[in-house]
Design a protein around this ligand. Structure first.
Ligand SMILES: CSCCC(=O)C(=O)COP(=O)(O)O
Ligand SMILES: [Mg+2]
Length: 225
């Protein structure tokens, strides 16, 4: 059956894990406490802290206490919505100051452009918040790539290892799951997408997952639609 929609992960798929782990996460870690002190009263920040209180059971009575919790979650690479929302707010300054540009594999940029030109619809599903995804693709090494994408999904649609998340996303797009190809470097995410009826391809950029039950690609050039 013909593929009409590509749904793609970011970290490890369109872009390197090292950019996220060695540039973005340390930046958020360094800036977290000062950011919380400056923006403690801002409603969007207060909402993240309230969600983190509910999640952790901790009082988080001060910016310093909240920063300690969020920094611990960064160290553990937790995909918690409140953390991801805050990270996106913090990264905005870094992008706008030109401190970094988002990494993109050139094969991903080339294929995404070709697929869009052929009439495929492109969507993103990442643990990074939707705002963070837009910043990422808007400030990439290949320029502003946001015109490529028809929409963005994050953990507010559910976890990436939960089949219901993919059911909700395809329903929201208005496409039959069997018309969608989901791309990710994480097999558990692909398993969940397949359970929901989507087609799947594993991006194995490090060439270490040769026995996957999913179609396997070392770059976007290997992806078969
Ligand atoms: C939006 S860029 C930062 C990505 C991020 O925060 C993350 O946790 C990576 O998640 P992904 O689902 O893209 O692997
Ligand atoms: Mg990934």
């Amino acid at each position: 059956m013909a593929i009409e929609v590509i749904l793609t992960d970011i970290e490890g798929t369109t872009s390197s894990i090292s950019f996220v782990k060695e540039v973005l996460f340390p930046y958020a870690d360094r800036e977290m406490e000062a950011f919380l002190r400056t923006h403690w009263e801002r409603p969007a920040v207060a909402e993240c802290v309230a969600q983190a209180r509910a999640e952790s059971g901790q009082p988080l009575a001060s910016p310093e206490q909240a920063a300690a919790l969020f920094r611990g979650w960064i160290a553990e690479d937790r995909k918690i919505t409140s953390l991801k929302t805050l990270q996106g707010m913090i990264w905005q300054t870094g992008y706008e100051n030109g401190d970094y540009q988002a990494h993109m594999y050139s094969d991903a940029v080339e294929r995404l452009r070709q697929w869009q030109a052929r009439g495929l619809k492109l969507y993103v599903y990442s643990s990074g918040s939707i705002a963070a995804q837009k910043l990422f693709f808007g400030h990439s090494v290949a320029g502003d790539l946001t015109p490529l994408f028809s929409g963005y999904y994050d953990t507010t649609s559910g976890g990436k290892k939960d089949a219901d998340s993919y059911r909700g996303i395809t329903a929201d797009i208005g496409v039959a799951p069997e018309r969608v190809l989901f791309l990710s470097d994480v097999e558990a995410e692909l398993d969940a997408a397949r359970e929901a009826g989507l087609n799947t391809t594993l991006l194995d950029r490090e060439k270490v997952l040769r026995n996957s039950p999913h179609a396997r690609a070392e770059t976007f050039y290997d992806i078969e639609l």
